[in-house]
Design a protein around this ligand. Structure first.
Ligand SMILES: [Fe+2]
Length: 296
């Protein structure tokens, strides 16, 4: 497994979706358009306590890795299945929960859950909300939302997201997707279809360190102007029937500057701990190795 070599902003290289071999070649054309800079080069002092030497867990060096063929799938079939599922169960806009408890829809970002909590009143859309320990609803402002820095008096805390209850597949998970998800050995947490509409942006934020949970994306629909960015490194996830991991424990963001909707199957996994908190892997087992060995 080779980490793609991508340059840091403001002259980031994008990976060419048409060159999707076993390793990810860097594009020879540097993208100098500063409009693609998503601004994830933010102060890390707030998330440093998650990692060594403060904890046993080292930071991960690569920002972005392709998963091995263990997790490859038939892209045309997946697109057809998604089309059928989304006709029956339309994706809904995410909502921002204000500190006062008011909800505001995000018009360009929609989702549908393939997993939900047992207590969910609306399982298909349970995975669109954020929850803390004990299941209390969390505002995005409780997490490391980069733009919360700009709010006067806003103080960021260590995110306390708890997704361990997302253990139940919903009716959006067809036998095809169930089989695909069953290849992961780790407990599944939030699994969702996520649509980012044209002109949509997911601003810089941090979710959780890799040892609490990781995220892998399989792109079902995309366009040449969709960019993911982790800590100043930009890349593109090709629609090639593979999953890609990226580090959501550092500042990350996504932008769809194209004219068509981006659709991903987004899978969150608890690689290092079981749902009951017991250990699956130790800090001595780097995530890069587990990915390379198909041990997710
Ligand atoms: Fe995120």
């Amino acid at each position: 497994m080779i980490s793609p070599k991508v340059k840091s902003n403001p002259h980031s290289s994008a990976l060419d979706p048409s060159k999707s071999g076993s390793a990810l070649p860097p594009s020879s054309v540097a993208k100098a358009d500063s409009s693609t800079n998503l601004g994830t080069n933010l102060d890390h002092q707030f998330i440093d306590p998650w990692y060594a030497p403060q904890t046993a867990w080292p930071k991960i060096r690569p920002a972005f890795l392709k998963l091995p063929a263990t997790y490859s799938f038939d892209l045309d079939r997946a697109r057809e299945e998604f089309r059928r599922v989304s006709e029956s169960f339309p994706l809904k806009p995410f909502e921002v929960l204000s500190a006062e408890g008011r909800r505001r829809p995000r018009r360009s970002y929609r989702g549908l859950g393939l997993t939900a909590r047992a207590e969910a009143t609306d399982p298909l859309y349970d995975a669109l909300d954020l929850y803390g320990p004990g299941g209390q609803p969390l505002s995005i402002y409780h997490t490391f939302a980069g733009y919360s820095e700009k709010r006067p008096g806003a103080e960021r805390e260590i995110a306390t997201l708890d997704e361990s209850g997302f253990a139940h597949e919903t009716s959006a998970s067809t036998p095809f997707f169930h089989e695909l998800l069953s290849r992961f050995k780790s407990p599944l947490t939030k699994v969702r279809f996520l649509e980012l509409l044209p002109r949509g942006i997911i601003p810089p934020h941090v979710d959780f360190p890799y040892y609490q949970g990781i995220r892998v994306h399989a792109a079902l629909e995309s366009n040449p102007d969709v960019y993911w960015e982790v800590d100043g490194e930009q890349f593109q996830i090709p629609c090639d029937g593979n999953f890609y991991w990226f580090d959501t424990g550092r500042y990350h963001a996504v932008k769809n500057a194209g004219t068509s909707t981006r659709v991903v199957l987004s899978v969150n996994l608890s690689v290092y701990f079981n749902r009951d908190g017991s250990v699956r892997h130790t800090p001595a087992e780097p995530l890069e190795d587990l990915i390379a060995r198909g041990e997710l």
